[in-house]
Write a protein that binds this ligand. Structure first.
Ligand code: PLP
Length: 490
């Protein structure tokens, strides 16, 4: 950003009111120029911020500003003081956790949403936001090959979505009436149990803590060699729990687990849920997006039988964070778990069913206009464009996996159904797990310190595994070749 440290009195804001529209236009252009340059040059920054803890905080004044400051000075500080403390999720070398992209149309959508600054808590507080959310989520449903009807709502995160899904599952237990009566001190409420694989995301555990079911209420089910839930163990656990007096109420299946991106066998899990009357929630936060490619539809097989399903466009559908889609076949039960209308929010539309009030489907009252960016992304890329990008990421992931498989010095530690590769260096003659863990951690740390790539790790069957997650729109085959080149020299 241009450096203007001089304070220009002509730019001093008035004593009251907002920024002058012409000043907004000028700084708006400057900010858009900064964004365009940043996105064009993002690979020139170290991917993982190289600052030390406390550096950024120490560079900022302790005292708040009393007098107005020039926008130039504020933007200069943003560029010079804050950007060094940014880890560049937009970088083509970002391959840690799950790689994401704040795509151009998505960023523009966010800008418009910030400018409108609406709160879509009720239909009437911005009809376009509520109705666009319904239209955009129905488009996404069609792109994913999911059946009609399916009610959708956008939450901030998958963590919120899983919490809401399990709250609905708890509400669906006959004769317990937790919305009305709560759980505490009620001897007649059975001990509640839900199930997820050992590979499920920690947000599934946290939901149980918040819902008063506790960590003891979640029974973790073992996985097969490909890290998928073992359905024989699942059914056995349910039967054992029933015999011991537990009340099973839900199963969480994951399509695209966090460590290895394994896909639980949802059709078989759905069958078990139907047999025992359990709520089926599917966490497709990562893997669900892949189904926009018709060749990858297998990912969501069986999900048409799920009671609730989450898919995060902010993970692998190029949508700026945050945007997590929550689908349900049973909106009435989700509503029964959450709906509560204080007098000041009562309105004519809350009576009928014609339009939903989105505040009824979770704990948040206020909600941002998140559907705008998703709608713009779906229109700008189209299903073909989104599918082509997902396919390319999968191709790059498979390419890296094939080089690892061919190398005598490296090994893959899990199947690669999508574009996330779990692997480790395993030189001949070193077979001690602790020694291999130290070696691989040091390889990963050296890659991350070099600044071109950011990788993360996991543990698989007790083995330290490096993860390379490909999912950024700027990542090309050349970047993947460069990563492999760096790995081989360490
Ligand atoms: N579920 C899965 C499978 C994930 O991998 C993650 C995060 O990586 C989450 C849920 C949590 O996502 P969020 O940050 O949207 O809560």
């Amino acid at each position: 950003m241009e450096e203007h440290t001089q304070f220009d009195p002509a730019q001093q804001p008035a004593a009251t009111g907002d920024m002058d529209p012409e000043a907004f236009r000028r700084y708006g252009h400057q900010v858009v120029d900064w964004i365009a340059d940043y996105l064009a040059n993002v690979s020139s920054y170290p991917v993982l911020s190289q600052t030390s803890p406390g550096d950024i905080r120490r560079s900022l004044p302790v005292q708040p500003p009393v007098h107005p400051e020039a926008m130039e000075a504020i933007l200069t500080d943003f560029d010079q003081l804050l950007v060094p403390g940014i880890t560049h999720w937009n970088s083509p070398g970002f391959m840690a956790y799950f790689a994401i992209t704040g795509s151009g149309p998505g960023i523009l959508g966010e800008m418009l949403s910030a400018a409108l600054n609406i709160n879509a808590m009720l239909w009437r507080t911005s009809p376009a936001a509520t109705e666009l959310e319904q239209v955009a989520l129905d488009w996404l449903r069609q792109m994913l090959g999911l059946p009609h009807p399916l009610f959708g709502v956008i939450n901030d995160t998958a963590s919120s979505g899983s919490l809401y899904a399990l709250a609905a599952a708890r509400e669906a237990i006959p004769d317990v009436q937790i919305h009305q009566l709560g759980m505490s001190g009620r001897a007649e409420v059975p001990r509640l149990r839900y199930y997820a694989s050992q590979e499920a995301h920690s947000s599934v555990d946290k939901a149980g803590i918040v819902l008063g079911v506790g960590q003891a209420g979640l029974r973790k089910i073992g996985v097969d060699d490909a890290f998928r839930m073992d359905v024989v163990q699942l059914e056995h656990a349910i039967q054992e729990d029933i015999a011991a007096g537990w009340r099973p109420f839900a199963v969480v299946a994951t399509v695209g687990t966090t460590s290895t991106t394994s896909v639980d066998p949802v059709p078989q899990i759905a069958e078990i849920c139907e047999r025992y009357g359990l709520w089926l929630h599917v966490d497709g936060a990562y893997g669900g997006s892949a189904a926009v490619d018709p060749e990858m539809r297998w990912v969501l097989a069986g999900c048409e039988r799920a009671d609730t399903l989450i898919v995060n466009p902010h993970k692998w559908l190029f949508t700026p964070i945050d945007c997590s889609v929550f689908y349900t076949r049973k909106p009435d039960i989700v509503k029964a778990a959450f709906s509560l209308i204080p007098e000041y929010l009562r309105n004519a539309e809350s009576v009928g069913d014609e339009v939903p009030n989105l505040m009824d489907y979770g704990t948040s009252l206020g909600r941002r206009f998140r559907s705008l960016k998703l709608w713009m992304i779906m229109r700008y890329f189209g299903q073909e464009g989104l599918a082509a990008r997902i396919r390319e990421h999968v191709r790059l992931g498979q390419l890296l996996a094939s080089w690892i498989d061919e190398s005598p010095h490296f090994e893959r530690l899990a199947p690669t159904p999508f574009s996330t590769v779990c692997f480790r260096a395993h030189p001949q003659g070193i077979d001690d797990e602790a020694e291999l863990a130290v070696l691989n951690e040091s390889i990963m740390n050296r890659i991350n310190a070099a600044g071109h790539f950011f990788l993360s790790h996991t543990k698989l069957h007790g083995k330290y595994a490096i993860r390379a997650a490909i999912g950024n729109l700027r990542t090309t085959e050349q970047h993947v070749r460069n990563l492999w080149g760096e790995l081989k020299t360490l």
